[in-house]
Design a protein around this ligand. Structure first.
Ligand code: KIV
Length: 280
């Protein structure tokens, strides 16, 4: 029987002081790779809008977009050792207007998409929605700090909670979300000390991104940490490899070889590949 990471398992990891490793995925292949690597939580983030769909920010992402990608990720999981918890982001305007619509949309991500939990951005104002989702048995992950769906109000991708009143509000929001029932809380672009204070005050795990080392876990956008995303990374991103130049060079070599006629070589003929055991 495969081990399945659950929301209660994440709480247990916090109690034991074991850090939680989370990453994003938007397709089956990446999902299976992350599972093989032993990731605890796979998030189908609305960052899919920027990373895969070519949007400038996450605002245009729809519920149908997330549903499409969460189904793909679901299909990619379940083949390696420990199965990660699958969390789906609720995109902009899929939960803010009324709790009944939020419940219907979250329910679709679970029932049709195969997500095991959803993530919502916001504090105090989303607490009633969190309770409504829990009423229909959908676990909820919170998200405070830099909340990209509020980018037009925030005025840019910058650190949140530097001012005392902002920091105090974030601590209050975190406690209200915990009381409403969220099982974990993402803290994005928050000063490390504030993230540490929030982490210390909550029994639920905090998952940081650009929030320093004191959180109970960390999350990154997979394409960023694999060096697939174009341009300079945010300062908080560690690039564990540089896949983009490697892939671009491989594609350029392919173009050259096709044009000069050196690919396909005799060993790439279908009957030849069947002989050496490669995929036919
Ligand atoms: O959309 C996303 O990928 C996220 C994570 C970066 C936390 O919200």
């Amino acid at each position: 029987m495969k081990e399945q990471v659950t929301t209660t398992r994440l709480a247990e990891l916090k109690r034991k002081g074991v850090k939680i490793a989370a990453l994003t995925a938007y397709d089956a292949q990446t999902a299976s790779l992350l599972e093989e690597a032993g990731v605890d939580v796979v998030l189908v983030g609305d960052s899919v809008g920027m990373v895969k769909l070519g949007y400038e920010n996450t605002i245009p992402v729809t519920l149908e977009d997330i549903l499409h990608h969460v189904k793909a990720v679901r299909r990619g999981l379940g083949n390696a050792g420990k199965r990660p918890l699958l969390v789906a982001d609720m995109p902009y305007l899929s939960y803010e207007l009324d709790s009944a619509a939020a419940a219907r949309n979250a329910g679709r991500l679970v029932k049709e998409g195969g997500a095991e939990a959803v993530k919502l951005e916001g504090g105090l104002e989303i607490a009633p929605t969190v309770k409504e989702l829990l009423r229909i048995h959908v676990p909820v992950m919170g998200h405070l700090g830099l909340t990209p769906q509020a980018i037009n109000r925030l005025g840019g991708y910058k650190v949140q909670g530097r001012k005392t009143e902002e920091a105090e509000k974030m601590v209050t929001d975190a406690k209200v979300l915990e009381a409403a029932g969220v099982f974990a809380l993402v803290l994005e672009c928050v000063p490390a000390d504030l993230a540490g204070t929030i982490t210390h005050k909550l029994a639920i795990p905090t998952i940081g991104i650009g929030a320093g080392p004191h959180c109970d876990g960390q999350i990154l956008v997979t394409d960023d940490m694999l060096g697939l995303s174009p341009g300079a990374p945010y300062s908080f991103v560690k690039r564990y490899c540089e896949l983009r130049p490697l892939a671009a060079e491989a594609a350029a070599r392919y173009c050259r070889e096709v044009r000069e006629g050196s690919f396909p070589a005799p060993e790439h003929r279908k009957d030849a590949s069947a002989k050496n055991g490669a995929r036919s």
